[in-house]
Design a protein around this ligand. Structure first.
Ligand SMILES: [Zn+2]
Length: 421
């Protein structure tokens, strides 16, 4: 299901193609989130026109509403949302565990207890944390060997999600890639807890693979998830176990540490372990999407990334720009743009910059609560990230990754335009 086209001579980076039930995906690739069955503010044709070939939907949310039975009645998620390309579904493990563990989502996202209320501000302040989608406000009732019982944030009803349920939901949704159900271990727990949690994830991996072998959707690929927190030996053991389990691909999940340096270190361990154990299988990094993290991840040999960041920032009026000094962000809500006639990014072909919408106009729309602004900034951000990934892919194939990565890190604008806009 994965062919490697080129390998960088100076790093672990590779470019390739995923061959999935609903089409091919060129890698390295960023995967926009369609958490609840829609890339927020966009239509599928927008996402395709931006050049994206794979989107990520979420099992946890779609399980609770509208429910897999209804989606199946519509012919599966592709038909239901009218997206004809490949879809990867997250297993729901991260979201269900986010309800317990004292706010694992915030912790993994590096938000800590700062209590900031605006996502844009949270993200601007965040460290190397993961941004795996969703912030449910239900409650965990019990974590058992069978799975997790919890109260639904939709209607307060008690629900259950375990390895078999998650795989059954993902089969009903009909995704091209299913992720196994994992326990997402938070950062603050003891090494002992991290080890026991990882072992449970490995037992759940076996059950997911068994369910898939007996009942799974033909043609649906299954990715295992490497856990083990920030413990070097546990990550190594987990990578070896997941690779030996016979998964089609491997995802790196869980807590990646408390800052970017630690995150890059943990990802580098996992990627190196996976390179040894399964050099030809694809690797996905869950919940990471900052510009510098994408560049570093590609250099470490990651093939696909998903993250709420570009779309969530867009909905908060924060645009991505080639400026490392500002962490590649410009907050259009700020008063300083009120009279600015410049576009978000000169030369950008996106539907916000191309027609010449000014920062001043977008600032006004954002302040006025006009939905058009959220859509335009989202389109710009996904154009920016799409071009960045396209530049990195091309650089690997020309074996010029170090120069291109160095340029992007110091603020070169991504040049490629994968989309049709
Ligand atoms: Zn633009």
């Amino acid at each position: 299901m994965f062919t490697i086209r080129a390998r960088s001579s100076s790093s672990a980076a590779r470019s390739g193609t995923l061959h999935l039930a609903h089409g091919e995906v060129r890698t390295p690739a960023f995967v926009p989130l369609a958490t609840k069955g829609a890339v927020k503010t966009l239509e599928p044709r927008d996402v395709a026109a931006l050049g994206y070939e794979l989107i990520l939907a979420n099992t946890f949310h779609l399980f609770l509403a509208p429910g897999p039975e209804l989606v199946e009645r519509f012919g599966g998620l592709h038909e239901f949302m009218r997206w004809s390309g490949p879809i990867i579904t997250d297993s729901g493990g991260f979201q269900v565990f986010s309800m317990g563990h004292g706010g694992v989502a915030d912790e993994i996202k590096g938000r800590g207890r700062r209590g900031a209320s605006r996502a844009g501000a949270d993200l601007a302040a965040g460290g190397g944390g993961s941004e795996r989608a969703a912030e449910p406000s239900g409650a965990i009732l019990a974590i058992e060997e069978q799975g997790v019982r919890f109260r639904s944030y939709v209607d307060g009803v008690e629900r259950f999600l375990g390895p078999e349920t998650s795989m059954a939901v993902q089969a009903a949704l009909g995704s091209d890639i299913a992720l196994v159900f994992d326990e997402c271990t938070p950062f603050h727990v003891s090494r002992d807890y991290t080890a026991r949690s990882m072992e449970r994830t490995h037992r759940w991996l076996e059950r997911c693979l068994r369910w898939h072998a007996d009942n799974g959707l033909p043609g649906q690929a299954v990715y295992g998830i490497v856990q083990g927190g920030v413990e070097r030996d546990l990550r190594e053991e987990s990578a070896a176990t997941v690779a030996a389990g016979g998964c089609d691909g491997m995802a790196i999940g869980g807590s990646l540490g408390q800052d970017k340096a630690q995150m890059h270190e943990v990802v580098s361990w996992c990627a190196a372990d996976l390179e040894r154990a399964a050099p030809d299988r694809p690797r996905h990094l869950l919940g990471i999407g900052d510009v510098d993290d994408l560049i570093a991840g590609v250099e470490l040999g990651i093939d696909t990334f998903d993250c709420a960041l570009p779309t969530r920032l867009g909905r908060h009026g924060v645009a991505l720009v080639p400026d490392p000094e500002s962490r590649w962000r410009v907050d259009l809500v700020k008063a300083q743009w009120r009279e600015s006639a410049e576009p978000i990014q000169p030369g950008c072909p996106c539907p916000a910059c191309g027609p010449g919408f000014s920062r001043g106009y977008l600032h006004y729309l954002l302040r006025a609560g006009e939905l058009t602004a959220l859509r335009l900034v989202t389109l710009h951000n996904l154009t920016f990230i799409g071009a960045l990934m396209s530049d990195l892919r091309d650089a690997i194939e020309r074996d010029e990754l170090p120069a291109v990565a160095a340029g992007l890190r110091k603020g070169d604008a991504p040049r490629s335009h994968a989309g049709r806009y």
